[in-house]
Design a protein around this ligand. Sequence first.
Ligand code: FAD
Length: 486
Amino acid sequence: MGKPTGFQEFNRELPAKRPPAERVKDYKEFVGMYSPEKLNQQSARCMDCGIPFCHSGCPLGNIIPEFNDAVYNKQWEEAYEILSSTNNFPEFTGRICPAPCESACVLGINKPAITIEEIEKHIIEIAYQKNLVKPMAPLIKSGKRVAVVGSGPAGLAAAAQLSKAGHEITVYERDDRPGGLLRYGIPDFKLQKDVVDRRLKVMEAEGIQFICNTEVGEDIDAQQLVEDFDAIVLAGGSTIPRDLNIPGRELKGIHFAMDFLKQQNKRVSNIAVAGEDITAKDKDVVVIGGGDTGSDCVGTSNRQGAKSILQFEFMPQPPQQRTGAMPWPSYPMLLKTTSSHEEGCTRHFGINTKEFLGDEVGNLRALKVTDVSWETDFLGRPTKFSEVEGSDREIPCQRVFLAMGFLNPQYDGMLQQLSVELDERKNVKAKEGIYSTSVDKVFACGDMRRGQSLVVWAISEGREAARKVDEFLMGHTLLESKEAVN
Ligand code: FAD
């Protein structure tokens, strides 16, 4: 424990952010860094609890009190070693994780939790500055070859771990560059792409081969892959968006969030955008959906110069305080307002879109909406809704972004060619902790297996799946397990 009285002496402080009016002028990250003194104080707040609930709050099992102690004592190499023993990519989670570890922080019962996510970001950034992040080529090669399909956080984590175990890794990616949603979903203002590229360089130097512009199931037969490799890891994500099939859906101006976000991420990286330009400039925008994807549409619309932005959520407004339905350490996810909301946007909860209305040439001109009221159970959780009589109205708008989540992975192509079994939600069937699919030699992890989730879960699944693949190939594994760490 760095400083026994630290949690009493220092308050939780986050690094300064650039003000909203300034940051919407560009797509760069806007959260600053701590001064050395502030970083020291924030790490000193850790109480080094007898039972560190933060370990189990983190899907990766990060060993948090120990790295806080190392940061407090300015032991940067040790801090980096502890952090990287459970997390391949702290530079991603340190920027965009909703930090379930902080919700599980015991200090959070009485005082604001330790700023674990920020401390994580500082450890990895200092490690890069001090040249501690080095390619780790395995000492002994196994002679086994593994194909990883998909280069999002799950595929990257599986590839990094399997390479460390001595296997030869080829990652197939259908997009023009690796990264999955880290590159073409999450906007640069949350995660700059030079941060992704910096990590990919390390992985390439470790000997991992990336083959882009190649869709398995389309450009390469999936069965061929099974024949050519000793094992396959499917990490293709959950890519089929939920649609809103109401009258007027065919009108011009209604787009899936991902089509919009991907284009902007490409523009920021000076990559050519194919097809119709989708922009929010000078438009009245409605974002339908209240999650991360919706917030990213709000932030991007603001930066593109939208005239107005509304965000609709079908569910009721969540309580602004913890309720009995969300006791510590369960995380009141819905209370969260993202940085995009600070930049300008009006949120409407309990609203249902019933029809898209068009003009005479087929362009979207308005939405027909109605309010819904919710009944709640004894814990305050919404259970049943009904439309509010007389609340039907039109909302003028020329752009709608549909951000209502993702249903499941794409079946046509790769999964169909493999005849892989799906679960009841149409994700690839493979038990958590086991990761093998119904097809011999084929494993699955990340959103493709668990459904749409978080980057931290994708990394965790990639790491755990890698252990199972290594065991399958070698009969045993020396790769770290999060159970053993905790
Ligand atoms: P993905 O990241 O989806 O990667 C899958 C990759 O597989 C893709 O690159 C795809 O092109 C490729 N692929 C698919 N099929 C094939 C094939 N047949 N052949 C070759 N390649 C293929 N989570 C957070 O924790 N914090 C956030 O702030 C956050 N923001 C988000 C914002 C948006 C807009 C979205 C959509 C999601 C966000 N998420 C966030 C969720 C997070 O990004 C995902 O949970 C995570 O990326 C899943 O990782 P994955 O590796 O399983 O899949």
